[in-house]
Design a protein around this ligand. Structure first.
Ligand SMILES: Cc1cc2nc3c(=O)[nH]c(=O)nc-3n(C[C@H](O)[C@H](O)[C@H](O)COP(=O)(O)OP(=O)(O)OC[C@H]3O[C@@H](n4cnc5c(N)ncnc54)[C@H](O)[C@@H]3O)c2cc1C
Length: 548
């Protein structure tokens, strides 16, 4: 969390406030001087906590938490985990003629962090909500987007994107100094000296965008693995983003707030625990091009990346066995035996596969595989940011109207949350009512401490917190909210902490065990974005095909 700024509460204060919610539900609203977060607020709001997957997932922690298996089923390839990486792998295997593939997913639906929901007003994302335009060199991703109807053709060798999927204007606004300004880079009321530093930083990262290392590769690339190995750039992974800013004279409070917002938004990290390489990658890696859009354009859908997830699922044409948890893995002479638990029937089965692809995060793999197999380093290196996401249905959005009107992405300067996205933004006939998807990366002294701080929060307490947060720019909003559903992601996304991306543990963790157990997940890239999940799935599928 960025703590230099006077009006921001410090980390400890934030967590004691979160903790205080457990005993004093209206404390936060009162502390913010916000009537609407207090006891006079609208009590007719419906909703609840969403996502029961974690209860099933926690069963992996104990060896005897599930009944003994009573049957065995054989397949050629078993994919465990139906997130973007798993679906991408399934698609690649199908495209390359590998049949007899089964996929198991512990949740009741596939998609992982790219799942979505729907109510009478709109579809809405439960986490991942957009994809920046990919670089034209990323042929595999462009091919997928073409088949998914996101790219409609090519002109002058550049992709033409479906106008319905390009995020419509106005895209982004920031509530700062009592005013909604266009764009997220602080500008309104920002002193000239700060503006100069912001401009200097932006010029620097614009240069880094085209920088190449001594191996001729881009310094910062997507997928991460295609980035240059030149130590001049890779050494940036050995310092924090804050150290990098200190060393380069970037002292502006406004610049640092903005950079911390970016780290929180994409990585769930703060300046103090983001690798400087990752912090710069955020700005320097995006090299998207389109015939009909700016390079900075993004692709968005009401259901967020649920659109891309459904397209992957369709192209994969693999049967997904939902509510099935991979519980333990045993590597045998010629096969791999996976004990699987059916969370609906409450029975267990062994699925025996020639090849197993674990598209599960490493914090789960450590239980599935147990210690050994040279993977201990990745288990201790991988840290995951907890997130809270809420979908807030409103019939009207009150608030200070000074400046820019409602955008797709709406951020409030100086808040712990990273704002909200209007899920209805891409709808051409926007109804009066809309769904706002609100995002809170929970940061603490450690991710574990952050997770602990929110473990026992009730729906009512989250509702009070969310209303207090939104009321800052939208006083009286609670009177217009009909429903709030809340989802907590305990291990939301891998954090690109210092040394993780270019450390040995990550590279080793991508290697298969005995050509029988393979791995794919965004945590093997060190940053959790769609493009990396897509890439990891294909990378692992290619390993499987090569080993068959
Ligand atoms: C709040 C939030 C916002 C985000 N926003 C964006 C965004 O806007 N754009 C973007 O590109 N990315 C975003 N992301 C990142 C997102 O995580 C990735 O884009 C992508 O969805 C990750 O895919 P994955 O396959 O690596 O992992 P996961 O989504 O973690 O998939 C792993 C799957 O494995 C399943 N699983 C776990 N254990 C087991 C088991 N034992 N047995 C069976 N199944 C199991 C899980 O249920 C899950 O479905 C966001 C993430 C979060 C948390």
């Amino acid at each position: 969390m960025y703590t230099d700024q006077p009006e921001l509460p410090n980390r400890r204060a934030f967590f004691s406030r979160l903790a205080a919610l457990a005993v004093a539900p209206f404390a936060f609203g009162a502390m913010q001087g916000c009537k609407n977060g207090g006891s006079g607020r609208n009590n007719s709001i419906t909703g609840g906590m969403v996502g029961g997957g974690s209860n099933t997932g926690h069963l992996v922690r104990s060896a005897d938490a599930i009944p003994k298996p009573t049957s065995t089923r054989e397949v050629d390839v078993l994919i465990a985990g139906g997130g973007i990486a798993g679906l991408s792998a399934a698609r690649w295997l199908a495209m390359n003629g590998v049949t007899n593939v089964a996929m198991i997913e512990m949740d009741s639906v596939v998609g992982g962090n790219s799942t979505y929901g729907k109510n009478k007003v709109s579809a809405y994302p439960w986490a991942a909500h957009y994809l920046p335009l990919p670089a034209v060199e990323n042929k595999e991703l462009l091919d997928f987007l073409g088949k998914a109807g996101v790219i409609t053709g090519y002109k002058d060798l550049l992709p033409v994107y479906n106008e319905y999927h390009l995020c419509h204007d106005p895209e982004e606004r920031l509530f700062i100094n009592g005013h909604w300004q266009e764009g997220l880079i602080p500008d309104f009321g920002v002193p000239a000296a700060d503006k100069q530093q912001i401009a200097r930083f932006m010029e620097h990262v614009a240069t880094l965008k085209n920088a190449k290392g001594n191996d001729g590769k881009y310094a910062f690339c997507i997928p991460v693995d295609n980035s240059s190995a030149d130590p001049v750039y890779r050494q940036l992974d050995n310092m924090t983003m804050r150290q990098y800013l200190d060393a380069n004279g970037y002292t502006s409070t406004y610049l640092r707030w903005y950079l911390e917002y970016c780290c929180k938004d994409d990585y769930g990290t703060v300046l103090d625990n983001t690798s400087a390489w990752a912090g710069l990658h955020y700005f320097a890696s995006r090299k998207g091009q389109a015939h009909n859009a700016d390079s900075t354009a993004v692709l968005a859908w009401p259901e967020g990346n649920g659109y891309l997830m459904n397209a992957l699922k369709q192209q994969a044409a693999t049967t997904v066995n939902a509510n099935i948890l991979a519980h333990r893995v045993t590597i045998e002479k010629d096969r791999v035996a996976v004990v699987c638990y059916d969370a609906v029937k409450k029975t267990s089965q062994i699925i025996s596969a020639k090849k197993l692809l674990l598209c599960t995060p490493q914090n789960v793999n450590k239980y599935l595989l147990g210690e050994g197999y040279g993977r201990t380093d990745i288990y201790s290196a991988a840290e995951y940011a907890p997130w809270v996401v809420a979908n807030v249905t409103v019939n009207f959005l009150p608030g200070k109207t000074k400046g820019m009107g409602l955008c797709w992405d709406n951020v409030i300067y100086g808040k712990q949350s990273v704002g909200y996205v209007n899920a209805n933004h891409q709808n051409l006939n926007t109804p009066g009512a809309m769904v706002l998807t609100w995002y809170l990366p929970v940061v603490g002294d450690t991710p574990k401490a952050a997770r602990k701080s929110i473990r026992n929060e009730s729906w009512q307490e989250w509702v009070d917190y969310i209303i207090a947060d939104l009321s800052y720019a939208h006083p009286g909003i609670d009177q217009h909210i009909s429903n709030i559903d809340v989802r907590v992601w305990g291990h939301g996304m891998v954090q690109p902490t210092v040394g993780y991306i270019w450390g040995n543990a990550r590279t080793l963790a991508m290697q298969p065990i005995d050509n029988k157990v393979f791995f794919a997940h965004t945590d093997l890239s060190g940053m959790s974005i769609f493009e990396e999940g897509f890439y990891q799935g294909i990378r692992a599928a290619k390993q499987i095909i090569a080993a068959s």
